[in-house]
Write a protein that binds this ligand. Structure first.
Ligand code: ADP
Ligand code: MG
Ligand code: MG
Length: 199
């Protein structure tokens, strides 16, 4: 319905605000063992995603198509590994929602499956998957707020890990003591959507 599509759009706007506020912090975390562009990439991605979602909404798209259009532009504009994964994940979530009601658990599961099959990372590799899997698992039986808390805790815990995937790999040892930037941003987005849904 138009109402569901409008709430997807508003949720994306809430995420845009949160990512803009976190841009420099995410860049600083990525600079420890990566190339320092994670904040910039996430901001470019969400800005393009919101613009695309607005256009889709004005063209009469439903909730699933709004989210899928947002994902396509995120992937096209963000640059970087995380942008490709976020974009593809949002498209998969949008396709799962389709024209029907929003089943958040099914949408998050579709997002996780796409991200993991495309990126090939598994829990323990020190990527955003380390926050995504606990988030998805907690959402199976818990509330969105509980799942967001699980993602935040898991993102913090990535500080202890040695990266096995992505650009941080060559500087793996330097990364120990710092959380994975993609896990931190995923937890931030989970928390932002949780707060949005709680009104
Ligand atoms: P880049 O590494 O290309 O500069 P970003 O800095 O935007 O891209 O994103 C880095 C984040 O991408 C990492 O912190 C990690 O969470 C995530 N990432 C990297 N490779 C993978 C992968 N194969 N699967 C899942 N996430 C990954
Ligand atoms: Mg980077
Ligand atoms: Mg980069």
């Amino acid at each position: 319905s138009r109402e569901l599509a409008a709430s997807v759009l508003d949720g994306l706007r809430a995420v845009r605000k949160a990512l803009h506020e976190a841009e420099s912090e995410l860049g600083a975390i990525d600079a420890v063992a990566g190339d320092g562009d994670h904040g910039r990439g996430m901001v470019r991605g969400i800005d393009a995603a919101v613009t695309a979602a607005e256009a889709a909404w004005h063209a009469g798209a439903g909730a699933g198509d709004v989210l899928a259009a947002a994902g396509d532009e995120w992937a096209a504009r963000a640059g970087g590994t995380s942008g490709v994964l976020w974009g593809a994940g949002l498209r998969a979530a949008g396709e799962e929602i389709g024209g029907g009601a929003i089943d958040a658990r099914a949408a998050v599961t579709a997002f996780a499956e796409r991200v993991m099959s495309l990126g090939g990372a598994e829990p323990g590799d020190k990527t955003l998957v380390d926050a995504l899997v606990p988030f998805r698992d907690r959402l199976e039986s818990g509330t969105w707020a509980q799942a967001a808390a699980a993602a935040e805790e898991a993102a913090r815990a990535t500080a202890d890990l040695v990266p096995r995937k992505g650009r941080a790999r060559p500087l793996a040892e330097r990364s120990v003591g710092t959380p994975d930037p993609g896990a931190v941003s995923l937890a931030l987005i989970a928390r932002t959507v949780s707060d949005y849904l709680a009104g």
